[in-house]
Design a protein around this ligand. Structure first.
Ligand code: RNT
Ligand code: ZN
Length: 427
């Protein structure tokens, strides 16, 4: 049940006092949180299908499980679903598109021939909704990716096709950034790799480096386009060897001044991505974070307020990296309501950031510098039960979105009115 705004304000006033006693300014934390935009991934809305050709199979070793009814079947439905999700997430956020979501009308346009005009309807929609856009070339779900190789393929013709796709997508990204007056992050992820032990690990990596150089040849103003490269540990069908590994892209990004994309599902499960941030940001200017949740593997579960996400947010805040790290969601779950998946993942990420912004950063740093590790540990533990929920509710109230679980009622009523009318599979 929605609580009255008077009670929300009262609870906030008490929480503000409690935090002030610890040296934390909650109003400032909320201002800072309001300045953070998360890039919502369009592909949660239709299980990474895209609208290029009907019934297209998802490739690239990616897998979406579940068949919850009501998935978006066309651009109009996807936009309507996104609008609903955005209404329920506090703050101003971005949208992350993939090339397979082009608006080509009834025409089939091959990926290497895509142009900014095929994304003009997205740009116009984004302009109207005051949303900024990010972009991704799609190097999977295509006959020319069926061998499991794209930019590192041994066939120069196939490589060239994907190079041209990459070039086309950077032009599209730059058009988005220019028209919407906010740099578009164009992120490259390729599925290239091998199921079994390779005899030649070097060749594909040399070809990938050369293909990337060709894609990045043209330069665009940073105020329009920022290029990112995303590594992976393994995929289905690339268990033994991934061409674009972490070391490959870390080196490439440092040498070529690109953004490095760290996906939370793309490392060994015991590795801490949070710990990598302050190391990597010594050598690259900016990061893209793909916020995901691996369960036993890169399973792309919906993000929740886990210790991992909290640690990530803490590192961003403690290191003062918020303006050098771009946060995008990357998960796909078809076993639950897809709009709820966006809302849950976004709200969890924002809550993690709020918790990090509610730390007495200076005090903690001072205790550590003085060697008072006892007090540091004690304070960390006490912080866990401070009334952050009251601050979060006040934020939702100020941002005019439902408080607490009330957002779910809106998703349920949208499901009844809109999603349930979408027949499975049919248009
Ligand atoms: C795949 C990568 C990549 C994709 C999207 C759809 O493992 O995480 O970012 O999820 O491009
Ligand atoms: Zn990713």
């Amino acid at each position: 049940m929605a609580r009255s705004s008077g009670n929300i304000e009262k609870a906030y006033t008490l929480a503000r006092e409690q935090y002030a006693a610890l040296g934390v300014d909650t109003d400032r934390a909320l201002d800072r949180l309001g300045a953070i935009s998360i890039s919502l991934h369009c592909w949660q809305g239709d299980d990474v299908g895209g609208f290029e050709s009907p019934g297209q199979q998802l490739g690239g070793g990616l897998a979406v499980t579940g068949n919850y009814p009501g998935k978006a079947r066309n651009l109009g439905e996807l936009r309507a679903d996104l609008e609903k999700a955005l209404e329920l997430i506090p703050g101003r956020h971005r949208l992350n598109l993939h090339a397979i979501y082009a608006d080509t009308g009834s025409k089939r346009v091959e990926r290497h021939q895509l142009e900014p005009e095929h994304f003009q309807s997205w740009i116009d929609w984004a302009m109207e909704k005051k949303i900024k856009l990010d972009f991704n070339p799609t190097f999977f779900s295509h006959p020319k990716a069926a061998d499991g190789f794209t930019l590192s393929h041994s066939d120069p013709g196939i490589r060239q096709f994907w190079i041209e796709h990459g070039i086309a997508c950077r032009k599209i990204g730059a058009a988005m950034g220019r028209q919407l007056a906010s740099p578009c992050i164009a992120n490259i992820w390729i599925p290239d790799g091998l199921k079994d032990t390779p005899a030649d690990r070097k060749g594909p990596r040399e070809r990938l480096a050369a293909s990337l150089d060709a894609i990045f040849k043209e330069s665009f103003p940073a105020k329009h386009l920022l290029d990112a490269v995303e590594s992976k540990l393994f995929g289905i069908g690339s268990e033994s060897y991934v061409v674009g590994s972490h070391e490959f892209y870390l080196g490439y990004a440092v040498k070529n001044r690109k953004l490095l994309c760290l996906d939370l599902g793309h490392f060994h499960l015991t590795e801490s991505i949070a710990d990598k941030i302050s190391a990597v940001l010594l050598w690259v200017d900016q990061l893209l974070l793909h916020v995901s949740r691996g369960v036993r593997w890169d399973s792309d579960h919906v993000v929740i307020l886990s210790d991992e996400i909290r640690a990530l947010a803490q590192e961003l805040v403690r290191g003062e990296f918020l303006d050098r790290a771009h946060i995008g969601l990357d998960f796909f779950d078809a076993s639950i309501n897809r709009i709820a998946a966006w809302v849950i993942g976004s709200r969890a990420t924002l809550k993690a950031l709020l918790l990090a912004l509610l730390e007495p950063a200076e005090r903690l740093r001072k205790l550590e510098a003085e060697g008072d590790f006892t007090a540091r540990l004690a304070l960390f533990e006490e912080l866990k039960t401070q009334p952050a929920g009251a601050v979060w509710n006040a934020y939702c109230l100020r941002q005019n979105v439902p408080i607490g679980p009330a957002w779910l009622e809106e998703v349920k009523s949208y499901e009844k009115k809109v999603l349930s009318k979408r027949e499975r599979g049919a248009l």
